[in-house]
Write a protein that binds this ligand. Structure first.
Ligand code: PHE
Length: 349
């Protein structure tokens, strides 16, 4: 008789292994533990046993029942867990509590922005901010950028509201708004607000009508810099930028200024750098940012006398710095929020 019980347990295990759904499970359970189930029927056999045999059979019966019940319980849990996952459709459920030990980290762009700010703070720069929706005047006119400059074309700049409605807007407000194409507008906003001497950096978001690819994004980040004082020279500009870039890329870094053009600086330069810390890139000159001496026309537009005041300005892309610093080959990684990417920078120093 006790061997029969063992056989029932073995059989129950085999049945449970086949179970795939809750209804399968209920049927399987009934076939063992239900009124006509194999174990229930076997239990009735106790009546045919002698008094002496009954206790040990009773014990074996209890054990078998416990074992079978626990097998069914585990099996039901597995079925329910599976059903939960299915109903979530493998999507992330944001209402679930976070997995234990999970610590968030700063986004690599935030991290690089903070690092840039902290370096300039050491040499007396403060942070200035302005709006992302700008008037055309602050974004272009005040920066000596003429009406026919390509940057002002609707192909390059996001007008706000869209260019198609622009004619009506112009009539109503006299001035079009744009999503700022660079942080240089903060130069003007600051100069109108604060009397020089001043040193500011202005990190922030910029927008251009760029087709997204590995190095372009319609939405990206820049840091502007502006230094206005008396008798400022290109050597001051080079000294400040060299200090900044060495703090970022290491002391063995070399820089060079290459003549360039920006409407609001004169003369204007591109800054190139070369640094042994940059691995594969270490033998190349890499273009890193634009800069120049503030154009006297800009100073006049904000009512400063260019004979008394002068200065320099520079602008750099935060994504570009982060890509060079960390060897990232595609700008789109920054915006996709893939944790496998982000986790690599959560503890970056
Ligand atoms: N605003 C320029 C750009 O977006 C960069 C720049 C800033 C150049 C300041 C010179 C001085 O490309």
């Amino acid at each position: 008789m006790e061997n029969d019980l063992q056989a029932i347990v073995v059989q129950a295990e085999a049945i449970i292994a086949q179970v795939a759904s809750q209804s399968d499970w209920e049927q399987a359970k009934a076939s063992v533990l239900g009124p006509n189930g194999s174990l229930t029927q076997a239990a009735k056999g106790i009546g045919k046993l002698s008094k002496e045999e009954r206790p040990s059979f009773g014990q074996a019966l209890n054990q078998a029942k416990k074992k079978v019940e626990s097998l069914f319980k585990t099996s039901l849990e597995a079925i329910e867990n599976h059903a939960d996952l299915e109903s979530l459709g493998k999507k992330i459920d944001p209402t679930l509590p976070p997995s234990p030990g999970y610590l968030g980290g700063t986004h690599p762009l935030t991290h690089v922005r903070r690092k840039i700010v902290s370096i300039f703070r050491k040499i007396g720069f403060t942070v200035a901010e302005a709006t992302e929706v700008e008037t055309e005047w602050f974004c272009f006119d005040a920066l000596n950028t003429p009406e026919d400059h390509p940057a002002r074309d609707a192909q390059d700049t996001l007008f706000f509201p869209p260019h198609s409605e622009w004619a009506n807007v112009k009539r109503k407000t006299q001035e079009a708004h744009v999503l700022r194409t660079h942080t240089s507008s903060v130069q003007i906003r600051t100069l109108l607000k604060e009397p020089p001497p001043l040193r500011i950096i202005a990190p922030g978001r910029c927008f251009r009508r760029d087709t997204v690819d590995a190095t372009h994004s319609a939405n990206f980040h820049q840091t502007e810099g502006l230094y206005v004082d008396k008798m400022v020279t290109i050597r001051d500009l080079k000294g400040v930028l060299d200090f900044f870039l060495k703090e970022l890329f290491g002391n063995q870094l070399e820089t060079r200024l290459r003549p360039s053009f920006f409407p609001f600086t004169e003369p204007s330069f591109e800054v190139d750098l070369r640094a042994p810390s940059l691995g594969k890139l270490s033998n190349k000159w890499i273009e890193i940012m634009g800069c120049g001496m503030v154009d006297p026309e800009v100073l006049k537009l904000v009512n400063l006398d260019p004979k008394e005041w002068n200065g320099f300005a520079f602008g750099l892309g935060i994504e570009r710095i982060a890509m060079i610093l960390h060897g990232i080959d595609d700008i789109r990684h920054f915006y996709q929020n893939d944790q496998r990417f982000l986790n690599q920078f959560s503890n970056a120093t």
